[in-house]
Design a protein around this ligand. Structure first.
Ligand SMILES: Nc1ncnc2c1ncn2[C@@H]1O[C@H](COP(=O)(O)OP(=O)(O)OP(=O)(O)O)[C@@H](O)[C@H]1O
Length: 938
């Protein structure tokens, strides 16, 4: 072991675009030897280092000078550290890893170290077997993350007597070639945390550490050595303002600065010569680098700087850091395990020493017994560790006893090892001194072990708790995000739902409204139908009543057949017409008489007779028209009669209904009943009178019609008679009487006249027959009407009688009141009935309209139902989408768990060693142990 200073080299990169753009100029001046640098404008300060590399230095040069020797040391069993320090963008990563691992010129010192290691192994004697393991981790936000197993993001830092300070649980990958290491680098590098800053597009936001552990074993002697090489690329020491860091990057910057500050504090403590305490434990970085800074390590610090005036302040700060670090003294030693022979020798030595000490103890115990028994032991016979007494004056290693027991502690026990001269104790003390340790209080070996053990346990616990905490935080964050997403999703769903609900509500309302209207319409239609039916029934009843009346009328007509003379006088025109008819009849009769008395009737008279007959014919036609008109009038009258009858019937029925209702009503308001009764009687009488009048009128009209009919019958009878006479006369003409033929055609004229008369006679007979038939029909009709009138009269009488009965029955005050009430109701009902009749037609129209509307609304309902169905489908699909998202989340979670498990499996697998033999290819040893050539399962 030898005390050695940290090697500090300084490297300047070329000016970058930002610096040039900002007007920065190179301000560095290197001395000729390349061991110091001064900054223009700060000429008084000269920064001296082991080596200073200018802007155009090649990667190879940096490696050859700064690191090559360390690789040899590590292969020889020393610990080594290379770390790069500097502001962000100053070229730390470029120096350590290079721009590209496969770029021969620009690859950094790590790939070169790896190559060098394997070259050194190959050049070693073939009796030495090597194993190389690589770990790759980073310290991000004060947590140690395993870059080869990123699920482990908070590894605890442990310390023990043999291993020193180490990261517990970091994946160590056994490698047997440069390529495998590169693969590990690539894999780990892809998991690094980088971010864009104003100063560097890919700024490292963490301190990265590659740990290469080389163990070697001499297969002949069994002697073993191991060396650890830490290759550390620190995060940028930066000014927040310049980098433009904010948010997460700002938090990272704070943590980076904190650990770099701790690094500066450790270096200060190590170099100021005053501090008794080195604050390694203030940060994870300093804790891991504990051995590298003032401990068992050959360390090289590369400080990376910008040559530009733009970054002068940062460069000065970095240079000062390097200067301070330069004074740190390390105590590197070979980490060797003794060979069996060496161990045997050591054991033999220790055994011998044990025997010596056992003898010494026995001698001391004997001496104590003598002293306790009050005896005295001469100084010459005092026991000594060498087995000799002090008679020969030799100094005892347990010199405490030479003071005549003055150093005996209060308990009376002597501690032979209290002066630390005991070889074992010495070795322990030595061992403790070899590594710097934080507590300044000197602890006993056991106490220290216990302390470390306890510390490790606590560290582990803290790390576990921290991991758990960060996992929980992550989970909370994830859940928060998910919750937010769900909330947003829910919001949209809720809004959709609300919209749809409102639409649905509207649709329902409309539907209900329509249904209601529909029902209402149906009800109205039903009621109308009912009332219509009632009216139809009423009509039928009235028809029947009319038929009865007509029958009665017929009977009356039969009874009053002889009293035609008593009929009311006919209108003047009709009288005149009947007179005309009579006169014509008379003329015809006279002519006919003359024809019968005197066979020689002049021809002109016959012609006249013919004319008269023709006129008669015209009159008959005229009368036929008159009869038709009368028929129409009669029909009108019948209608009027029907209306009256219906009114009467309705009133009757209403009256009956109200009467029934009234009987059940309370017997109150008796005082006003009589007056109302009178009023009702009067009304009833008035109505009765009007009915009587109408019936009377009808009777008169019927009588008049009967009279007219009689007259017509007489006229027809007379015409018949005249016709018969004329026929007789005509039949007599060819036998006896001289022909009244004109003088010019005496032969032919009677024959023509005969024929004409015959034809006329026939047509007249036919017309008369028709007339007779019509008359009979009219008579029947008239008779039936008369019968109806009689029926009506009878029913009127009956009603009167009933009314009288009712009046008799209601001859008390209560009934009078009821009557008033009934009367009011009757009036109302009459009005209602009228209104109902009017409404009936209206409603029919409205019903048709409502039906059309209903159809339209039904159509709308169907449409709305369609929309509702669509909305439901949409909701369903949204729910399904949501479910699928949930499933995807679950799948992701399961996948993450599986990955975690496989990573764990992967961790176990890669712990298989791949020993390499010096001077020969690695496959010899791998053939012996494991056929697997690559550690990575990809
Ligand atoms: N010596 C050099 N020669 C040429 N280019 C260089 C040199 N040093 C650094 N660079 C370039 O400067 C840029 C920044 O370098 P690098 O990423 O190594 O900085 P850094 O100190 O690691 O920054 P950070 O701390 O932010 O990670 C890179 O593009 C790199 O290629």
């Amino acid at each position: 072991m030898s005390g050695n200073n940290i090697k500090v080299v300084c490297r300047f990169r070329p000016q970058n675009k930002l610096e040039i753009k900002e007007g920065g100029v190179p301000i560095i001046e290197l001395n000729d030897e390349g061991t110091s640098v001064t900054l223009k404008g700060e000429a008084t300060t000269n920064y001296a280092f082991d080596k200073v590399f200018g802007s155009n230095t090649r990667q190879e040069q940096v490696f050859d000078y700064s690191v090559k020797s360390i690789v040899d040391d590590v292969v020889a069993g020393y610990n080594g550290t290379v770390f790069a320090y500097g502001q962000t963008g100053s070229g730390k990563t470029f120096t350590m890893m290079g721009s590209d691992i496969d770029d021969t010129e620009n690859k950094g010192i790590i790939p070169r170290i790896v190559e060098q290691i394997f070259e050194s192994i190959m050049l070693s004697p073939d009796t030495i077997e090597f194993t190389v393991k690589v770990s790759y981790m980073e310290i991000y936000m004060e947590k140690v993350r395993d870059l080869l197993n990123p699920s482990k993001d908070n590894l605890p830092i442990h310390e023990d007597k043999t291993k020193g300070v180490y990261v517990k649980g970091a994946l160590e990958v056994y490698v047997s070639s440069t390529e495998e290491v590169y693969e590990v680098m690539r894999r780990g590098g892809s998991n690094r945390v980088v971010a864009y800053t104003n100063m560097n597009a890919e700024s490292s936001r963490s301190h990265s550490m590659v740990l290469i552990t080389i163990t070697q074993k001499n297969v002949d002697t069994g002697a073993a050595k191991s060396g650890k090489l830490y290759l550390v690329d620190l995060a940028g020491s930066e000014k927040v303002g310049k980098t433009g860091a904010s948010g997460q990057t700002l938090e990272e910057a704070k943590k980076i600065n904190k650990s770099l500050t701790a690094l500066g504090m450790v270096i200060n403590s190590l170099t100021d010569g005053k501090s008794s305490h080195v604050p390694y434990r203030d940060s994870k970085l300093t804790r891991i680098l504990q051995e590298s800074l003032g401990g068992n390590s050959r360390t090289t610090l590369i400080i990376n700087c910008s040559p530009s005036s733009y970054n002068e302040a940062e460069t000065i700060s970095t240079l000062r850091f390097g200067i301070r670090a330069k004074t740190i003294k390390n105590k590197a030693k070979v980490n060797a395990d003794l060979s069996p022979a060496e161990l045997k020798a050591a054991l033999k030595k220790v055994k011998g020493e044990a025997v010596t000490y056992r003898n010494y103890i026995t001698a001391l115990e004997g001496e104590i017994c003598i002293w306790r028994s009050g005896g005295t032991v001469p100084e010459a016979q005092w026991a000594s560790p060498s087995g000799n007494n002090n008679a020969n004056g030799s100094s005892s290693p347990g010199g405490a006893l030479t003071n005549g027991g003055s150093d005996i502690n209060s308990s009376g026990r002597q501690t032979p090892t209290s002066n630390g001269s005991h070889p074992a104790v010495k070795s322990v003390a030595m061992g403790n001194d070899e590594r710097p340790f934080t507590p300044t209080i000197t602890l006993e070996k056991d106490e220290r072990d216990q302390f470390l053990q306890r510390e490790n346990e606590l560290t582990e616990l803290i790390a576990e708790k921290e991991t758990e905490l960060s996992n929980r935080e992550k989970q909370v964050q994830d859940l928060q995000e998910e919750l937010n997403q769900r909330k947003e999703h829910e919001k949209t769903i809720v809004s959709d739902n609300q919209q749809m609900t409102s639409e649905l509500g509207e649709a329902k309302i409309q539907l209900e409204k329509i249904m209601y209207e529909n029902k209402e319409g149906m009800i109205t239609a039903d009621s109308l139908k009912e009332s219509n039916q009632e009216l139809s029934e009423e009509l039928d009843r009235l028809r029947q009543a009319l038929t009865k009346l007509q029958q009665q009328q017929q009977e009356n007509a039969a009874n009053h057949g002889t009293k035609d003379s008593k009929l009311p006088p006919t209108p003047a025109k009709q009288v005149d017409e009947s007179l005309v008819v009579t006169e014509k009849e008379k003329t015809i009769v006279q002519t006919l008489q003359r024809l019968s008395n005197n066979a020689n009737v002049p021809a002109n008279e016959v012609v006249l007779l013919q004319k008269e007959l023709a006129e008669s014919k015209t009159m008959v036609e005229h009368y036929q028209i008159v009869i038709r008109e009368l028929g129409i009038g009669k029909e009108l009258l019948t209608k009027k009669q029907v209306e009256l009858e219906s009114n009467y019937g309705a009133l009757e029925s209403e009256y009956e209904a109200l009467l029934e209702k009234a009987v059940t009503e309370e017997e109150q308001q008796q005082e006003t009943l009589s007056s109302h009764k009178t009023m009702l009687e009067q009304k009833y009488a008035a109505k009765r009178e009007s009915h009587a009048h109408e019936i009377e009128d009808l009777k008169k009209q019927i009588a008049w019609k009967d009279q007219q009919e009689g007259k017509l019958a007489v006229a027809i009878a007379e015409l018949k008679m005249a016709n018969e006479e004329l026929q007789d006369f005509i039949s007599c003409q060819p036998h006896g009487a001289a022909s009244p033929t004109p003088p010019t055609s005496a032969e032919h004229t009677p024959t023509t006249s005969e024929k004409d008369v015959e034809a006329m006679r026939k047509s007249m007979a036919q017309q008369l027959a028709e007339f007779d038939t019509m008359k009979k029909a009219l008579m029947r009709d008239l008779q039936s009407r008369c019968e109806r009138v009689v029926d009506l009269e009878i029913s009127l009488d009956e009603t009167r009688e009933q009314y009288a009965n009712v009046l008799r029955a209601t001859n008390n005050k209560a009934q009078q009141k009821k009557m008033v009430f009934l009367e009011r109701n009757l009036e109302q009902l009459t009005n209602v009935q009228k209104q109902l009749v009017e409404q009936n037609s209206h409603l029919k129209k409205e019903m048709a309209l409502a039906e059309r509307k209903l159809a339209a609304r039904n159509e709308r309902i169907i449409n709305l139902e369609g929309l509702l169905y669509d909305a439901q489908e949409k909701l369903k699909s949204q729910t399904e989408r949501f479910e699928s998202q949930m499933q995807a989340l679950r799948d992701r979670l399961n996948l993450a768990r599986t990955n975690q498990k496989s990573a764990m499996a992967f961790t176990g697998f890669n712990r298989i060693a791949k020993p390499l033999r010096g001077g020969v290819a690695a496959q010899d040893s791998t053939d012996k142990r494991d056929k697997r050539s690559s550690w990575l399962p990809f």
